[in-house]
Design a protein around this ligand. Structure first.
Ligand SMILES: NC(=O)c1ccc[n+]([C@@H]2O[C@H](COP(=O)([O-])OP(=O)(O)OC[C@H]3O[C@@H](n4cnc5c(N)ncnc54)[C@H](O)[C@@H]3O)[C@@H](O)[C@H]2O)c1
Length: 288
Protein backbone atom coordinates (compact mmCIF):
# COMPACT_ATOMS: atom_id res chain seq x y z
CA UNK A 1 0.00 0.00 0.00
CA UNK A 2 1.40 3.46 -0.89
CA UNK A 3 1.77 6.31 1.58
CA UNK A 4 -0.98 8.34 -0.11
CA UNK A 5 -3.34 5.36 0.02
CA UNK A 6 -2.63 5.05 3.74
CA UNK A 7 -3.27 8.79 4.23
CA UNK A 8 -6.59 8.74 2.41
CA UNK A 9 -7.84 5.40 3.76
CA UNK A 10 -9.40 4.57 7.12
CA UNK A 11 -7.25 5.56 10.08
CA UNK A 12 -7.93 2.44 12.11
CA UNK A 13 -8.19 -0.59 9.84
CA UNK A 14 -7.90 -3.91 11.67
CA UNK A 15 -9.20 -5.64 14.75
CA UNK A 16 -10.05 -4.12 18.14
CA UNK A 17 -10.40 -5.88 21.51
CA UNK A 18 -12.22 -3.78 24.09
CA UNK A 19 -12.84 -4.70 27.72
CA UNK A 20 -15.79 -3.01 29.37
CA UNK A 21 -17.01 -2.84 25.78
CA UNK A 22 -20.70 -3.56 26.36
CA UNK A 23 -21.54 -0.07 27.62
CA UNK A 24 -20.18 3.32 28.65
CA UNK A 25 -16.78 4.50 27.51
CA UNK A 26 -15.70 1.06 26.26
CA UNK A 27 -18.71 0.92 23.98
CA UNK A 28 -18.04 4.46 22.72
CA UNK A 29 -14.51 3.35 21.84
CA UNK A 30 -15.93 0.44 19.85
CA UNK A 31 -18.23 2.82 17.96
CA UNK A 32 -15.26 5.09 17.18
CA UNK A 33 -13.18 2.14 15.96
CA UNK A 34 -16.05 1.06 13.69
CA UNK A 35 -16.40 4.57 12.27
CA UNK A 36 -12.67 4.78 11.59
CA UNK A 37 -12.40 1.54 9.67
CA UNK A 38 -11.99 -1.38 12.07
CA UNK A 39 -13.32 -4.52 10.43
CA UNK A 40 -13.66 -6.68 13.54
CA UNK A 41 -14.39 -5.78 17.14
CA UNK A 42 -14.57 -7.93 20.27
CA UNK A 43 -16.72 -6.51 23.07
CA UNK A 44 -15.50 -8.08 26.31
CA UNK A 45 -17.53 -7.66 29.49
CA UNK A 46 -19.29 -9.33 32.44
CA UNK A 47 -22.76 -8.01 31.70
CA UNK A 48 -25.80 -10.04 30.64
CA UNK A 49 -26.95 -10.92 27.14
CA UNK A 50 -29.33 -7.95 26.90
CA UNK A 51 -26.53 -5.48 27.69
CA UNK A 52 -24.28 -7.16 25.13
CA UNK A 53 -27.02 -6.96 22.50
CA UNK A 54 -27.48 -3.26 23.15
CA UNK A 55 -23.74 -2.61 23.00
CA UNK A 56 -23.35 -4.67 19.82
CA UNK A 57 -26.30 -2.92 18.15
CA UNK A 58 -24.78 0.50 18.91
CA UNK A 59 -21.59 -0.47 17.10
CA UNK A 60 -23.35 -2.13 14.16
CA UNK A 61 -25.55 0.96 13.76
CA UNK A 62 -22.48 2.72 12.33
CA UNK A 63 -23.38 0.85 9.15
CA UNK A 64 -19.80 0.16 8.14
CA UNK A 65 -20.25 -3.61 7.95
CA UNK A 66 -17.94 -4.14 10.94
CA UNK A 67 -18.21 -7.62 12.44
CA UNK A 68 -18.81 -7.53 16.20
CA UNK A 69 -18.38 -10.46 18.57
CA UNK A 70 -19.28 -10.44 22.27
CA UNK A 71 -17.27 -12.33 24.87
CA UNK A 72 -18.29 -12.85 28.47
CA UNK A 73 -15.08 -12.52 30.49
CA UNK A 74 -14.20 -11.42 33.98
CA UNK A 75 -10.92 -9.54 33.62
CA UNK A 76 -9.84 -10.53 37.12
CA UNK A 77 -9.61 -14.18 36.02
CA UNK A 78 -6.49 -14.92 34.01
CA UNK A 79 -7.90 -18.03 32.36
CA UNK A 80 -10.91 -16.03 31.11
CA UNK A 81 -8.69 -13.25 29.77
CA UNK A 82 -6.55 -15.79 27.91
CA UNK A 83 -9.66 -17.47 26.52
CA UNK A 84 -11.14 -14.13 25.38
CA UNK A 85 -7.96 -13.26 23.50
CA UNK A 86 -7.77 -16.74 21.98
CA UNK A 87 -11.40 -16.50 20.83
CA UNK A 88 -10.81 -13.11 19.22
CA UNK A 89 -7.71 -14.37 17.40
CA UNK A 90 -9.63 -17.46 16.27
CA UNK A 91 -12.40 -15.25 14.83
CA UNK A 92 -10.30 -12.48 13.32
CA UNK A 93 -6.72 -13.77 13.10
CA UNK A 94 -5.10 -11.00 15.18
CA UNK A 95 -5.63 -8.08 17.59
CA UNK A 96 -4.38 -4.72 16.33
CA UNK A 97 -5.82 -2.49 19.04
CA UNK A 98 -6.67 -3.24 22.64
CA UNK A 99 -8.49 -0.87 24.98
CA UNK A 100 -8.63 -2.01 28.60
CA UNK A 101 -11.68 -0.18 29.94
CA UNK A 102 -13.37 -2.68 32.27
CA UNK A 103 -13.63 -0.95 35.61
CA UNK A 104 -15.61 -0.27 38.75
CA UNK A 105 -15.82 2.78 41.00
CA UNK A 106 -15.92 0.78 44.22
CA UNK A 107 -17.03 2.21 47.51
CA UNK A 108 -16.46 5.98 47.59
CA UNK A 109 -15.97 6.06 51.35
CA UNK A 110 -13.36 7.29 53.78
CA UNK A 111 -10.51 4.85 54.45
CA UNK A 112 -11.66 4.25 58.03
CA UNK A 113 -15.17 3.38 56.85
CA UNK A 114 -14.20 1.16 53.93
CA UNK A 115 -14.65 -2.58 54.00
CA UNK A 116 -11.27 -4.15 53.22
CA UNK A 117 -12.66 -6.79 50.86
CA UNK A 118 -14.50 -4.11 48.88
CA UNK A 119 -11.29 -2.05 48.65
CA UNK A 120 -9.35 -5.08 47.39
CA UNK A 121 -12.02 -5.73 44.76
CA UNK A 122 -11.47 -2.26 43.25
CA UNK A 123 -7.74 -3.00 43.00
CA UNK A 124 -8.51 -6.43 41.57
CA UNK A 125 -10.71 -5.14 38.72
CA UNK A 126 -9.12 -1.77 37.97
CA UNK A 127 -5.45 -2.64 38.41
CA UNK A 128 -4.94 -6.43 38.35
CA UNK A 129 -7.56 -6.80 35.59
CA UNK A 130 -5.84 -4.22 33.40
CA UNK A 131 -2.46 -5.86 34.04
CA UNK A 132 -3.77 -9.33 33.11
CA UNK A 133 -5.27 -8.00 29.88
CA UNK A 134 -2.12 -6.07 29.03
CA UNK A 135 0.01 -9.15 29.69
CA UNK A 136 -1.90 -11.41 27.33
CA UNK A 137 -2.49 -8.73 24.70
CA UNK A 138 1.28 -8.09 24.64
CA UNK A 139 1.95 -11.80 24.15
CA UNK A 140 -0.45 -11.94 21.21
CA UNK A 141 0.73 -8.72 19.59
CA UNK A 142 4.42 -9.52 19.91
CA UNK A 143 3.98 -12.63 17.77
CA UNK A 144 1.95 -11.10 14.93
CA UNK A 145 3.07 -9.10 11.87
CA UNK A 146 2.80 -5.33 11.68
CA UNK A 147 -0.19 -3.44 10.32
CA UNK A 148 0.55 -1.61 7.06
CA UNK A 149 2.46 1.57 7.96
CA UNK A 150 3.68 4.48 5.85
CA UNK A 151 7.12 4.25 4.28
CA UNK A 152 9.74 5.36 6.77
CA UNK A 153 7.59 4.76 9.82
CA UNK A 154 8.26 2.02 12.34
CA UNK A 155 6.20 -1.16 12.39
CA UNK A 156 3.20 -1.41 14.67
CA UNK A 157 2.33 -4.94 15.66
CA UNK A 158 -0.20 -3.66 18.11
CA UNK A 159 -1.34 -0.82 20.32
CA UNK A 160 -2.68 -1.09 23.86
CA UNK A 161 -4.52 1.74 25.60
CA UNK A 162 -5.14 1.25 29.31
CA UNK A 163 -7.83 3.18 31.11
CA UNK A 164 -6.56 5.32 33.95
CA UNK A 165 -8.41 8.42 35.16
CA UNK A 166 -7.70 11.92 36.39
CA UNK A 167 -7.32 9.96 39.64
CA UNK A 168 -4.02 8.65 38.24
CA UNK A 169 -2.50 12.08 38.86
CA UNK A 170 -4.65 13.50 41.66
CA UNK A 171 -7.06 12.25 44.30
CA UNK A 172 -10.01 13.11 46.49
CA UNK A 173 -11.20 12.09 49.93
CA UNK A 174 -13.19 8.89 49.70
CA UNK A 175 -11.42 7.50 46.63
CA UNK A 176 -8.47 5.59 48.11
CA UNK A 177 -9.16 2.34 46.24
CA UNK A 178 -9.98 3.96 42.92
CA UNK A 179 -7.06 6.38 43.15
CA UNK A 180 -4.60 3.64 44.11
CA UNK A 181 -5.74 1.48 41.21
CA UNK A 182 -5.53 4.31 38.68
CA UNK A 183 -2.04 5.29 39.87
CA UNK A 184 -1.13 1.62 39.38
CA UNK A 185 -2.47 1.67 35.83
CA UNK A 186 -0.18 4.59 35.02
CA UNK A 187 2.80 2.76 36.52
CA UNK A 188 2.19 -0.52 34.72
CA UNK A 189 1.63 1.37 31.46
CA UNK A 190 5.07 2.98 31.70
CA UNK A 191 6.85 -0.28 32.52
CA UNK A 192 4.96 -2.31 29.92
CA UNK A 193 5.59 0.32 27.25
CA UNK A 194 9.35 0.18 27.81
CA UNK A 195 9.29 -3.61 27.53
CA UNK A 196 7.16 -3.71 24.40
CA UNK A 197 8.42 -0.81 22.27
CA UNK A 198 11.36 -2.69 20.75
CA UNK A 199 8.90 -5.29 19.50
CA UNK A 200 6.56 -2.94 17.71
CA UNK A 201 3.92 -2.75 20.42
CA UNK A 202 2.96 0.65 21.81
CA UNK A 203 1.32 0.97 25.20
CA UNK A 204 -0.21 4.17 26.58
CA UNK A 205 -3.00 5.07 28.97
CA UNK A 206 -5.71 7.70 28.94
CA UNK A 207 -7.18 9.62 31.84
CA UNK A 208 -10.76 10.72 31.27
CA UNK A 209 -12.18 13.51 33.42
CA UNK A 210 -15.87 13.30 34.34
CA UNK A 211 -18.47 11.48 32.25
CA UNK A 212 -21.96 10.56 33.39
CA UNK A 213 -21.67 6.81 32.91
CA UNK A 214 -23.38 4.09 34.95
CA UNK A 215 -20.14 3.54 36.86
CA UNK A 216 -20.54 6.92 38.50
CA UNK A 217 -24.31 6.97 38.63
CA UNK A 218 -24.30 3.77 40.66
CA UNK A 219 -21.70 4.78 43.25
CA UNK A 220 -22.17 8.52 43.50
CA UNK A 221 -25.76 8.26 44.61
CA UNK A 222 -24.48 6.36 47.65
CA UNK A 223 -21.65 8.65 48.78
CA UNK A 224 -21.65 10.34 52.13
CA UNK A 225 -21.13 13.98 52.97
CA UNK A 226 -17.51 14.97 53.49
CA UNK A 227 -15.96 12.47 51.07
CA UNK A 228 -14.57 13.12 47.61
CA UNK A 229 -17.71 15.02 46.70
CA UNK A 230 -16.96 17.85 49.08
CA UNK A 231 -19.93 17.88 51.42
CA UNK A 232 -22.71 17.51 48.89
CA UNK A 233 -25.98 16.07 50.15
CA UNK A 234 -25.42 13.13 47.87
CA UNK A 235 -22.99 12.40 45.06
CA UNK A 236 -25.19 13.45 42.17
CA UNK A 237 -25.39 16.94 43.65
CA UNK A 238 -21.66 17.21 42.97
CA UNK A 239 -21.91 16.39 39.26
CA UNK A 240 -22.33 20.05 38.40
CA UNK A 241 -19.25 20.87 40.43
CA UNK A 242 -17.14 18.33 38.55
CA UNK A 243 -18.46 19.54 35.21
CA UNK A 244 -17.75 23.16 36.12
CA UNK A 245 -14.15 22.18 36.80
CA UNK A 246 -14.07 20.38 33.45
CA UNK A 247 -15.68 23.35 31.66
CA UNK A 248 -18.78 21.46 30.52
CA UNK A 249 -20.53 18.11 30.30
CA UNK A 250 -18.53 15.68 28.16
CA UNK A 251 -19.84 13.09 25.72
CA UNK A 252 -18.61 9.50 25.64
CA UNK A 253 -17.49 9.70 22.00
CA UNK A 254 -14.98 12.38 22.97
CA UNK A 255 -13.12 9.65 24.84
CA UNK A 256 -13.76 7.06 22.12
CA UNK A 257 -12.19 9.20 19.42
CA UNK A 258 -9.06 9.95 21.47
CA UNK A 259 -8.46 6.26 22.13
CA UNK A 260 -8.76 5.47 18.42
CA UNK A 261 -6.43 8.30 17.39
CA UNK A 262 -3.88 7.25 20.01
CA UNK A 263 -4.02 3.68 18.70
CA UNK A 264 -3.16 4.42 15.08
CA UNK A 265 0.39 3.90 13.74
CA UNK A 266 0.58 7.65 13.07
CA UNK A 267 1.11 8.05 16.81
CA UNK A 268 4.31 6.02 16.45
CA UNK A 269 6.46 8.03 18.88
CA UNK A 270 3.84 8.27 21.63
CA UNK A 271 4.77 5.50 24.02
CA UNK A 272 4.28 5.02 27.76
CA UNK A 273 2.27 8.21 28.19
CA UNK A 274 -0.86 9.26 29.99
CA UNK A 275 -3.15 11.29 27.75
CA UNK A 276 -5.50 13.31 29.94
CA UNK A 277 -8.94 13.83 28.38
CA UNK A 278 -10.53 16.25 30.80
CA UNK A 279 -11.36 19.60 29.18
CA UNK A 280 -8.91 21.24 31.59
CA UNK A 281 -10.24 19.59 34.77
CA UNK A 282 -6.80 18.89 36.23
CA UNK A 283 -5.20 22.20 35.23
CA UNK A 284 -8.05 24.19 36.72
CA UNK A 285 -6.61 25.44 40.01
CA UNK A 286 -8.90 28.46 40.23
CA UNK A 287 -12.41 26.98 40.22
CA UNK A 288 -11.94 23.98 42.51
N1 LIG B 1 -17.03 7.86 33.76
C1 LIG B 1 -16.01 8.61 34.11
O1 LIG B 1 -16.12 9.78 34.43
C2 LIG B 1 -14.63 8.00 34.10
C3 LIG B 1 -13.54 8.86 34.32
C4 LIG B 1 -12.26 8.33 34.31
C5 LIG B 1 -12.08 6.99 34.08
N2 LIG B 1 -13.15 6.18 33.87
C6 LIG B 1 -12.89 4.77 33.63
O2 LIG B 1 -13.49 4.38 32.41
C7 LIG B 1 -13.62 2.95 32.40
C8 LIG B 1 -15.01 2.60 31.89
O3 LIG B 1 -15.97 3.04 32.83
P1 LIG B 1 -17.33 3.78 32.45
O4 LIG B 1 -17.30 5.11 33.10
O5 LIG B 1 -17.58 3.66 31.00
O6 LIG B 1 -18.40 2.93 33.31
P2 LIG B 1 -19.33 1.68 32.93
O7 LIG B 1 -19.73 1.11 34.24
O8 LIG B 1 -20.38 2.08 32.00
O9 LIG B 1 -18.32 0.70 32.18
C9 LIG B 1 -17.48 -0.19 32.86
C10 LIG B 1 -17.65 -1.56 32.22
O10 LIG B 1 -16.71 -2.47 32.81
C11 LIG B 1 -17.40 -3.70 32.99
N3 LIG B 1 -16.75 -4.49 34.04
C12 LIG B 1 -16.75 -4.25 35.37
N4 LIG B 1 -16.08 -5.22 36.01
C13 LIG B 1 -15.64 -6.09 35.07
C14 LIG B 1 -14.90 -7.29 35.11
N5 LIG B 1 -14.45 -7.81 36.28
N6 LIG B 1 -14.60 -7.91 33.94
C15 LIG B 1 -15.05 -7.41 32.76
N7 LIG B 1 -15.78 -6.29 32.67
C16 LIG B 1 -16.07 -5.63 33.81
C17 LIG B 1 -18.82 -3.28 33.37
O11 LIG B 1 -19.73 -4.35 33.22
C18 LIG B 1 -19.06 -2.13 32.43
O12 LIG B 1 -19.60 -2.54 31.20
C19 LIG B 1 -13.35 2.51 33.85
O13 LIG B 1 -12.05 1.98 33.94
C20 LIG B 1 -13.44 3.79 34.64
O14 LIG B 1 -12.67 3.77 35.82
C21 LIG B 1 -14.43 6.67 33.86
Amino acid sequence: MTSSQLRSGPIAPGIAFITGGARGLGNAIAVSFAREGATGIALVDVLDAAAFEEGKAAVEACGTGVRVITIHCDVTKESEVEAAIAQTVKEFGRIDYAANFAGVAGPLTAVVDTDTAAWKRVIEVNAVGVWLCMKHEMKQMMKQDSLAVEKGRVDQRGSIVNCASVNSIQSGAGSSGYTAAKHAVLGMTKAGALEARSQGVRINCVSPGFLRTKLLEEEMTKVAKGTMLGGAEDGTAAWGKFEARQGREASFDEVGDVVVLLSTPRMSLVCGHNLVIDGGFTVNEMDS
